[in-house]
Design a protein. Structure first.
Length: 403
């Protein structure tokens, strides 16, 4: 089994207030075969979950049930949702204004879950702490930093299902000195990369594209603390960052840098993933879909009025005691960056959050070839394409009751 690759940059919030919510990025090790590209993965509490099965999956069951229209939610649908009971959602980091958190916070605060007959408790948490709780069905939904992180944490029999993917490209990058000799990632051969934990999978894949192998062609140097200004003063040649975090701090300090962005180099990635567990997914298909419906309604609000979304998120942070010393300015920077990435990475005419199995399969292939995954993991039962797709109409707008 390969070692976990957790980058705890999220803890920088205590010092900076400019941090990404769900920071874990990890090297997976699950064995298995990849599901056919583009096929909806059907989560299975049972022993088989073939995409070609004739029995209805939770996704098709939800789609076929009397549902939600612009006129309202049907009585049968409402009753089915209420049967799901108390639903607990755990955030990736506090109530930060970030993808896979901000939309849920808005949905809760504006009563969108109530409108869908869902009893949802929204709790501040930390990305990598959530997996055992969701795996045990103690909590039913949570925010994941990425699909890779979710795969890596599917251990000890836990079965997770990604039901929404907000950002269709990665949100991490490598920074080098603007005036230094490093012009391309290839120039990092034999150089030192500062890390907090381990180098993230997208950066490993990027360097692999330029012929550099982890553990052989560059050194990973452990960094103390979470201040990128202090890190920049260390004898390192590159610094892994979140595009919605450290660049803002460096810009404010007048520090120049050159960014190597895996997303612009053809390295697949994603962020802002909402997931559930296979047990809850199979037993409550309409509740899962309408949790997504309310959340994507919240996302539409956050996209339409970013400033209002930040204020609402920061009010929630403040009400919780702001234990991580976040700032409204930091939240504004983060959501301004991430909301644009989310919007720009969503295919034209498509609603935000759709899950694309073909893209997840491609991601796993690239990361396995780069050595991020020691053994190619199975995608079977780890995502659902249909549920979140079903909350949108043909124009890409959330199907929501009027009034």
């Amino acid at each position: 089994m390969s070692r976990a690759r957790i980058r705890p940059l999220v803890l920088a919030a205590a010092a900076t207030g400019l941090v990404l919510s769900a920071c874990g990025s990890s090297k997976g090790s699950s064995a298995g075969t990849t599901a056919a590209a583009g096929t909806t993965a059907v989560a299975a509490a049972s022993t088989t979950a073939a995409a070609s099965a004739t029995t209805a999956s939770p996704a098709t069951t939800a789609a076929a049930a009397p549902g939600v229209t612009t006129d309202g939610i049907s009585a049968d649908r409402c009753a089915a949702n209420r049967k799901a009971g108390k639903i607990t959602y755990l955030s990736g980091f506090d109530f930060a204004a970030t993808a896979s958190i901000v939309e849920v916070v808005i949905a809760k605060e504006k009563g969108y879950f109530d409108k869908m007959c869902l009893d949802v408790d929204v709790k501040a948490s930390f990305s990598t702490a959530n997996y055992p709780l969701v795996g045990a069905n103690t909590a039913q939904f949570a925010s994941a930093g990425s699909y890779v992180e979710m795969l890596d944490n599917a251990k000890d029999g836990a079965k997770f299902v990604a039901v929404a993917v907000d950002g269709k490209v990665g949100v991490t990058a490598l920074l080098v000195r603007a005036e230094g000799p490093i012009q391309t990632p290839a120039d990092l051969k034999g150089k030192k990369i500062g890390v907090k934990g381990a180098l993230g999978p997208a950066e490993v894949a990027l360097l692999n594209k330029y012929g550099l192998k982890e553990g052989k062609d560059y050194d990973e140097v452990s960094l103390e603390g979470f201040d990128p200004k202090q890190h920049w003063a260390q004898p390192i040649d590159a610094l892994p960052v979140y595009k919605s975090n450290e660049p803002g701090q460096l810009d404010a300090a007048g520090i120049k840098y050159r960014m190597f962005d895996p997303a612009t180099e053809g390295i697949p990635g994603n962020f802002g993933v909402i997931y559930t567990n296979a047990q809850f997914y199979a037993a409550n298909p309409t509740a899962v879909q309408d949790f997504l419906r309310a959340s994507m309604k919240g996302m539409a609000d956050a996209q339409a009025d970013p400033a209002a979304a930040v204020k609402l998120s920061f009010a929630k942070i403040t009400a919780g005691g702001n234990k991580n010393f976040l700032s409204e300015a930091g939240e504004s920077y983060r959501w301004n960056v991430e909301s644009k990435i989310v919007k720009d990475s969503t295919p034209a005419g498509e609603g935000i959050g759709l899950v694309h199995g073909a893209e997840l399969s491609k991601l796993v292939d690239v990361y396995t070839a780069a050595g991020v995954f020691k053994t190619k993991p199975s995608l079977d039962g780890t995502y659902d394409e249909a549920l979140v797709k079903g909350v949108y109409d043909a124009s890409g707008a959330v199907i929501w009751p009027k009034g």
